[in-house]
Each structure stands twice: as structure tokens, then as C-alpha cells.
Ligand binder design. Sequence first.
Ligand code: AMP
Length: 201
Amino acid sequence: MYLILFGPPGAGKGTQATILQLELGLPQLSTGDMLRAAIAAGTELGKRCKAIMERGDLVSDDVVVGIISDRLDQPDCAAGAVFDGFPRTIAQAQALDTMLAGRASQIDAVIELKVDDDAMVGRMESRVKESGGSARADDTPETLRRRLEVYRRNTEPLLAFYRSQGKLKTVDGMAPIPQVASEIRAIIGGSTRKDVNGLTG
Ligand code: AMP
């Protein structure tokens, strides 16, 4: 099954994607992690994206769609994946639908982690403090503000896109991590798809 974890920066998408990967064996496809790996490896792609990411802007749709398309061709993604931080624009969402349709598949559910704005900013600030400011170049108060603006403008409209497809499920992202994980399990367990039943038991 192919799932999207959806929510603003700091909502806990990465944490829940990691849990799903451990529990269901679904690979976590985080475009942010892939881009940071490209930067760390000093690739051409990384060089092109570094400044954009440090500003808190989005890298181009072509770049992230290309990365995801290559990743989906890997054998471990044949039965499903959890998308974390992708798609972030309507164009990316449409490209993802096309990519999956070409693989005789589709998005099964989009799980929105709903959080309240103030608490989210608090979470992000503590992430900055815990990392000593060194873990992520884009975890600064200025960039965080920019990333939230970009989220509201470019990414939030995807909620209506997926709602209209009947795929949007919302969970309380403010709940403790294990509770969020169990709400997600309940949503996935409610799926009628064969490949999911038995995994979630
Ligand atoms: P994340 O780790 O998901 O918060 O992503 C960190 C940064 O990587 C974002 O602020 C963007 O600059 C870039 N990025 C990650 N995913 C995408 C995407 N799907 N589309 C465009 N830019 C992305």
C-alpha cells in the first residue's frame, strides 16, 4: 500500500513514517532526507538544491518528481511505500498519481497529522535546541517561518485535492507519538486491501 503522511514542518511525519517502516516494512520515502543525502555527498543535484533548502523554499517539482520516480523503481517499493514530505505541490501530487498509475497502483490513503500552529512552532524550536543548531541547516527560526509560509501557500491546497479523491484521513498530531501511531494503524487496518490485512493484525 502507498501512503502519504501529510502535515506542516514539525507535525511528526518523519517519526510516524519511521514507525510504519518498522512495523509494516514499508520503505520511508522522504524527499527531504534524499536531498540532504545528495548535499552531504556533494553531488551536482545537492549543489543545486543546497541554497534553496537553506532558505526554506521548495526545490523544483521536476527534481523531486525525478528522485521519487527513480526510487519507486527500486524493488523494495514494489508493494508500497510511505511518502514523507512528498508531494508538496499540486503538480507533484498529479505526477505521483501518474507514476503510480503507470505501475498499476495508486495512493491508498493520505494521513493528515493535524497540529496547532503555536505548538508546532514550539516543537520545531525545541528540535533546533536539541540539535544544538547543527543537525539541519534549515532549522533556524527565520527558515522555519519561511517553511511554514511555503507550506500554507503551496502544500496546504493538497488537502482539498486529496479530500476530493476521498483519500484524506485526519489524525490528531498533537497526541502522544504511540497514540498517533495507533490511530494510523486503525486507518490502515480499515483498508480492504489484501496486502494490508494480515500485516496490521
Ligand atoms: P523536509 O525534510 O521534508 O522538511 O524537507 C526539507 C527541505 O527539502 C524543504 O524545506 C525543501 O527545501 C526541500 N524539499 C523536501 N521535499 C520537497 C518536495 N517534495 N518538494 C520541494 N522541495 C522539497
